[in-house]
Write a new protein. Structure first.
Length: 459
């Protein structure tokens, strides 16, 4: 999960600021590092560790002046949490200046890297985005045509790769043929924005144009925009977790309101797993919308049991190992007056490792709650994600190794229930969605070939 943007704006001084504001509204997609790259006869860039507001200062925007800008907020998957792996990746090649901001993860990273190294190419990082940048440069050198280079790129990459790119001052957005990650286009008063989520278009006061289709590119040259099909989309599989957890609830992805989808998940969860309780509460922030849906359907009041400190960034110095208990407390605290003596339904979006949930339940119970019934707005996560989410092995996934009953006991909950898979699909359908999503971490059937896993090939 990362956030990407691309901005074209004729005022070169303003363009990087607009990209900065867009990145700021995508901060929820990654807090580890942030970066911007712009073209003005050459590509200049600034990237650093931490939140968008921590990385950039006012002076940076003079340095970054340029009409075409791309940006990235990172959440690490492939590649360690280090400044070298921060994006955009920038190269100067015989084909011109190239910058790439990537959301996704390549399944065939090692193979591609070996091939490129055998050709004599040198890598400075272990990020898969550097592979994409090098390949793009290689293919552009072939005949210099952007469309052709994207077609070639598409023929060798396996995995998830939605990107914004600069090739000199040409701004490009591309969504892989599976459409794992979202990408949409907005119109500004005198320019364009390409971004992961529509909330970034809203933040700039822009007008939503449309989602980029899987396998499609959007290209902005000298202020003119064109959409171009690069590859056929034989199987569409947008990550279902965009709707469950990642995206901001005020975003619309592929025509579906994330808020509506999440509310429906909560409503169906309430029908599937009702509880006799005093009120419904959420694990903030991502559990809130499903909890509202649960409360609405069950007729129980919605109240807050936990308050989140929203200012904990990646550069926040986390407590030392000996003070580990502190780390959850610093992020969330209990509203003691609300929980004392109460039977509570606590709604969360998902459980990955279960460690945070366990501590939260402990905190609520220690504050005097009578019963805590946990309800999860998604089915159990039983398999790893190879497409850009930090769930790499079955060992780390609590639901891959324990039954629902066992998980409830481990977490100290009075009861635990997950939304069923059919309930999840019904919620998406009710919100106006399609049938074809990536559900691999829930079903163990993968939409692209992954060594050692079951490939759910499009028949
Ligand atoms: S495996 Fe799960 S988290 Fe990964 S892309 Fe598919 S649905 Fe999303």
């Amino acid at each position: 999960m990362c956030g990407i943007v691309g901005v074209y704006y004729p005022d070169a001084e303003l363009a990087p600021r607009l990209a900065y504001y867009a990145l700021f509204s995508l901060q929820h997609r990654g807090q580890e590092s942030a970066g911007l790259a712009s073209y003005d006869n050459l590509i200049r860039y600034k990237k650093g560790m931490g939140l968008v507001t921590e990385v950039f200062s006012d002076e940076d925007f003079d340095l970054l002046a340029g009409r075409s800008v791309i940006g990235h907020v990172r959440y690490s998957t492939t590649g360690l949490s280090r400044i070298e792996n921060a994006q955009p990746f920038v190269v100067k090649s015989k084909a011109g200046f190239i910058a790439v901001a990537h959301n996704g993860n390549l399944v065939n990273y090692t193979l591609l890297r070996n091939q490129l190294e055998n050709e004599g190419r040198v890598f400075t990082t272990n990020s898969d985005t550097e592979i994409i940048t090098q390949l793009l440069s290689k293919f552009l050198l072939g005949n210099g045509d952007v469309i052709n280079a994207l077609e070639n790129l598409n023929s060798v990459l396996i995995g998830s790769y939605t990107m914004t790119m600069l090739v000199d001052d040409t701004l490009i957005g591309y969504r892989d043929p599976v459409g794992f990650k979202p990408l949409c286009v907005g119109e500004l008063d005198d320019g364009y924005i390409i971004c992961s989520e529509s909330c970034a278009i809203d933040a700039l006061g822009g007008k939503f144009v449309r989602d980029v289709e899987p396998g499609e590119a959007v290209i902005v040259r000298d202020g003119e925009i064109e959409f171009q099909r690069i590859a056929e989309s034989k199987r569409r599989a947008t990550c279902i977790f965009e709707y469950i957890y990642f995206a901001r609830p005020d975003s619309i992805i592929d025509g579906i309101s994330v808020y509506e989808a999440r509310t429906q998940m909560g409503k169906i969860l309430a029908r599937e797993s009702p509880v006799d309780a005093d009120y419904v509460s959420a694990v903030p922030d991502s559990g809130i919308t499903a909890a509202i849906g649960y409360a609405e359907e069950s007729g129980l009041p919605y109240m807050e049991s936990l308050i989140k400190n929203r200012y904990v960034g990646r550069t926040f110095i986390m407590p030392a190992q000996t003070l580990r208990e502190l780390s959850v407390r610093l992020k969330v605290n209990v509203v003691r007056g609300n929980v004392e003596g109460k039977k509570i339904v606590l709604v969360d979006d998902s459980i990955v490792r279960g460690t945070t949930s366990k501590r939260i339940i402990e905190m609520i119970k220690n504050s005097g709650a009578k019963e805590v019934h946990v309800r999860i707005g998604s089915p159990p996560i039983v398999a790893p994600c190879y497409f850009g989410i930090d769930m790499k092995t079955r060992e780390e996934l609590i639901a891959a190794n324990h039954t629902v009953e066992e998980i409830g006991k481990i977490m100290g909950a009075d009861s635990l229930a997950y939304l069923s898979l059919s309930g999840l699909l019904e919620a998406i359908k009710k919100a106006g969605g399609r049938k074809d999503y990536c559900l691999a971490c829930l079903t163990e059937r993968y939409p692209v070939p992954v060594p050692g896993e079951i490939y759910d090939s499009p028949s």
